[in-house]
Each structure stands twice: as C-alpha cells, then as structure tokens.
Design a protein around this ligand. Sequence first.
Ligand SMILES: [Zn+2]
Length: 82
Amino acid sequence: MGLSCAKCGSTEILTDIPVISDNLPTGAVSALAYRRPGARVFKRPITHPFLARVCGICGFAEFYVENPKGLLAVAKQVDTDV
Ligand SMILES: [Zn+2]
C-alpha cells in the first residue's frame, strides 16, 4: 500500500481505525463544521468522524476525517446531496 510510519518508518500501518471517545461510548470522535447562519438548510452542526492510521510498531497515530470533501462542502456552504 506504500504507507509508512512518519516517525519510525515501519510499513506496519493499520488504517481506517475508528476513533471512539471513552466519555461518549456510542460516538465517534469527529470533526465538526457549522454552516453559516444564513444557510437555509442544515443549520445544525455537521460531523465527520475521524479515522486513524496507527503504526503497529511505535504506535504513532494520525487522524484523518472520513469525508473531507463533505466537511469542506459544509464549511463552504455548497449544496450537496447529504
Ligand atoms: Zn512507527
């Protein structure tokens, strides 16, 4: 897959690991975007769960938003089929 750890260089990378909060067992830790107040629809916050890439050797973890284009669309208030 070509992935390697940014810290130790290992290629033992685990991908798409859900990031779950101990304080909120039912919820994934998520990035959150608000549409601007003038938005006609979806004024509530829109969340996009984080997925982690974890190095299986040293444990270094990176977080990626599951749907970055969706988050960008909300932030820019572009109408999408969500
Ligand atoms: Zn590593």
